[in-house]
Design a protein around this ligand. Structure first.
Ligand code: BQF
Length: 285
């Protein structure tokens, strides 16, 4: 492999160390630590793993955490009622509703009920507006993690051509906005894009968030490009792979993230960072 490996696990650990240092200072000054409450409806095994990682991360940083495990048949009204209660609870800094929600619940209805000041996933329309306007607010964790990986690996974003593969509200659209604010020239490609391979080949920075194993191959990558793989795909043999052909692309790219151990750990680290920020903002600094 020619590319420099961007170690998401190590970078996520340094961010968690920075957050922990800030929490230790708060507590030494006599204040309570940040607190995160996670709401999980149903028993999706991947969601259960994610919720447990978030609880573990809270404990390791000295945050307090709460958990509401609801039956998958929970009504939209009952979920809204719980969120209202958490919105009004002064001991709760961050509220995270684990996605995906059961199919009978409208995700957008629920996300709009969360107090924007406690919206540590950054999905409330108010925080989406702040993201697009580039004003202070809580940023979505996975997109923010992608930017931190690029910056801490020393990738020069100023004037770079960035191509985002995928146009979801959770990754593609917000990461494109963040790259724009870092002064990239940004193109979003999706399933209807014409000449996608040529567009990707022109990129200095590639963010792959489409959910197709081995979608990005070496012939689509400009030599020296930085490749961030957001994909999490489970193959028939149970192996987890990203959207990028890691072996092939690793011989052409300048920087590449692995899966697992790339963007995934950053999502959790940025959630901890957002919870600290939400706590500080609510305490008035
Ligand atoms: C790693 C997520 C899709 C849908 C809902 C570390 C995570 C994943 C991978 C993790 C994700 C993905 C999370 C690795 C949280 C990231 O070592 O590669 C951590 O826990 N994630 C989620 O909460 O909801 C999702 C992906």
């Amino acid at each position: 492999m020619k590319a420099k490996l961007i170690d998401g696990k190590a970078i996520a650990q340094s961010i968690r160390d920075e957050v922990k240092a800030a929490v230790d200072k708060m507590v030494a000054a006599g204040r309570r630590p940040p607190s995160l409450t996670v709401v999980l409806a149903g028993k999706d095994p991947a969601s259960q793993v994610y919720v447990n990682s978030k609880k573990k991360a809270c404990a390791a940083l000295g945050f307090t955490s709460g958990e509401h495990l609801l039956d998958e048949t929970v009504s939209e009204a009952a979920l809204v009622e719980l969120i209202n209660k958490l919105n009004h609870d002064p001991a709760v800094d961050g509220i995270l509703v684990q996605l995906p929600l059961p199919k009978h619940i409208r995700e957008q209805v629920i996300l709009e009920k969360i107090d924007p000041a406690k919206d540590v996933d950054g999905f409330h329309p108010v925080n989406v507006g702040r993201l697009v306007a580039n004003t202070p607010g809580l940023r979505p964790c996975t997109p923010a993690g992608c930017i931190e990986l690029l910056k801490r690996a020393g990738v020069d974003l100023n004037g770079a051509k960035a191509v985002v593969l995928g146009r979801s509200n959770i990754v593609g659209k917000p990461v494109a906005a963040l790259l724009l604010h870092e002064h990239c020239t940004v193109t979003i490609c999706h399933s209807r894009t014409k000449h996608l391979r040529d567009i990707v080949k022109s990129a200095d920075v590639i963010i792959a968030a489409i959910g197709k194993p081995n979608f990005v191959t070496a012939d689509m990558v400009k030599p020296g490009a930085a490749v961030i793989d957001v994909g999490i795909n489970r193959l028939a043999n149970k192996k987890i792979v990203g959207d990028v052909d890691f072996e092939g692309v690793g011989n052409v790219a300048g920087f590449i993230t692995p899966v697992p151990g790339g963007v995934g750990p950053m999502t959790i680290a940025m959630l901890m960072y957002n919870t600290l920020q939400a706590c500080r903002m609510r305490m008035g600094n």
